[in-house]
Design a protein around this ligand. Structure first.
Ligand SMILES: [Zn+2]
Length: 471
């Protein structure tokens, strides 16, 4: 807002001539104040050890409830198991549109204090960074969502949608006692929402903290766990048996390994690579800019596969994880088995993939069974929520694109997508490669600068998607 416009608005407000419009309501908010408060809230939150198992997330839920209530937002706890709880709060809108859920998980993965530079549950600040298990995954985001909701309330802006805050336990071990519990026991909360924001891709930045692009996860890959089993005669290893179970299994696995990366390009993934190409180094810039032809040339496979995360969007992946056979060096075992963790692109059907594997193995004596199957359920990139994120990003720097991302892991978003919610994984903070690697690793931390920007960005996105008069 220009100085002239601001003076004019103040004049009108002081004269009592108009009611609160979003533009002048925002004038009341001092962003820096909320950003500073968010830092304090996060440091204290990181001190609460919610390592799962066992989680003990009720203490974290209680803490978040306290902050919400101190700020005039009523909050409830749902006990999902002893010492484990969901925190739920709702900022009411006029009900013209369905709600937005701000989802975050309270639990964190274990941290070995001796491996860390600063204590993982210290919530300490060093060199402009907030340290602690959960700073990125995902207590930082939980506080960003919380503070943005408080800002929205204090702005006095009328909302067309309710804003729902959900902090959940158990995410890191499957979500059965968190988001899964909500799906089972409180489906009406989930069904009242059109959109959900959850943990996900950050704003990828260079080592100086400059944003390269904003990633929005619209899909997670399907999870297919397979077991291959072979059976045959057992015997004394001094007299090898032709076609022994162990060798047939090894041959089958070798064929799968030799099958190559089998790159494929979904339209959203093509958009992703072409838009991020200018931000990459010279080699990758060229490969990504013409990704449609790069994936067809064998000589580029090695370079494309060197980025494990990005290349996972280009193919169905297979990881050989568990192998079992034999118990004694001089005994040929009667059976052998191997487990494969396969992650499939969202448009791939389970049965088609299994038929493909069987064709590669080409041995009817190798038995194949499904251990786990979770179908991916992508959300649309053509929604008001994505438009809001794009608008906020463009207002900051029109040259930094917002791009669709498929992530290879899965989060709690699927519990909500299953009930028809458009869910997005997104963290509105600059994170570089080095910091990204600290999630589930050691020395997890977030820069204060990125975290503070995230608070304001989240507020602006929510305002854009929910405010009555913002359109
Ligand atoms: Zn997480």
């Amino acid at each position: 807002m220009s100085r002239l416009a601001r003076a004019f608005t103040l004049l009108l407000v002081s004269g009592g001539l108009i009611s609160m419009s979003p533009a002048c309501a925002e004038e009341k908010l001092k962003f820096e104040e909320y950003q500073d408060r968010a830092v304090t809230v996060l440091c204290d939150y990181l001190k609460i050890d919610t390592t799962v198992p066992p989680g003990n997330e009720a203490r974290g839920a209680e803490y978040l409830k306290g902050i919400l209530e101190k700020n005039g937002i009523e909050a409830e706890l749902f006990e999902t198991a002893p010492d484990r709880a969901v925190v739920y709060a709702r900022l009411k809108g006029n009900g013209k549109k369905k709600a937005v859920i701000l989802l975050n998980h309270i639990d964190v993965v274990p941290a070995e204090a001796k491996d860390w530079k600063y204590p993982p549950f210290g919530g300490e600040i060093h060199d402009g960074e907030i340290w602690g298990r959960g700073a990125l995954d995902m207590k930082g985001m939980g506080v960003i969502e919380l503070m943005a909701m408080i800002m929205l309330k204090n702005s006095g802006i009328e909302l067309d949608r309710d804003i729902i805050y959900l902090g959940t336990p158990d995410e890191e071990v499957g979500g059965e006692f968190g988001a899964g519990w909500l799906q089972k026991h409180k489906p009406e909360i989930i069904k009242s929402a059109e959109f959900l924001l959850n943990e996900g891709f950050p704003i990828e930045s260079d080592e100086k903290g400059k944003a390269k692009y904003w990633g929005v996860d619209y899909a997670e890959k399907s999870v297919l766990w397979l077991e291959l089993t072979t059976e045959g005669a057992a015997g004394h290893a001094s007299m090898p048996i032709p076609g022994a179970a162990t060798y047939r299994l090894v041959r089958a696995l070798k064929k799968i390994d030799d099958a190559g990366p089998n790159f494929r390009l979904l339209p959203e993934v093509e958009e992703y690579f072409k838009k991020i190409a200018p931000t990459e180094d010279e080699t990758m810039k060229e490969l990504y800019a013409s990704i449609d032809s790069s994936i067809k040339k064998k000589e580029h496979s090695h370079a494309l596969l060197s980025d494990l995360l990005k290349s996972s969007m280009l193919r169905n992946t297979i990881s050989l994880t568990v192998m079992k056979a034999g118990y004694k060096t001089n005994v040929i075992p009667a059976s052998a088995s191997a487990q494969l963790d396969c992650r499939l692109l969202p448009d791939v059907k389970k049965d088609d993939f299994i038929t493909w594997i069987k064709g590669i193995v080409d041995d009817p004596t190798v038995k194949l069974s499904v251990l786990e199957w979770n179908q991916s359920d992508p959300s649309s990139m053509e929604t008001e929520m994505v438009a809001a994120i794009k608008k906020v990003a463009a207002a900051e720097d029109a040259k930094v694109p917002v791009v669709p991302v498929i992530v290879p892991w899965f989060t709690d978003s699927h519990w909500f997508r299953e009930l028809g919610v458009q869910a997005y994984g997104f963290q509105p903070c600059e994170v570089d490669k080095e910091h990204f690697a600290t999630m589930h690793g050691k020395d997890e931390r977030i820069t204060i600068d990125a975290f503070k920007k995230g608070v304001v960005r989240m507020y602006k996105i929510l305002k854009e998607v929910a405010a009555s008069e913002a359109k």
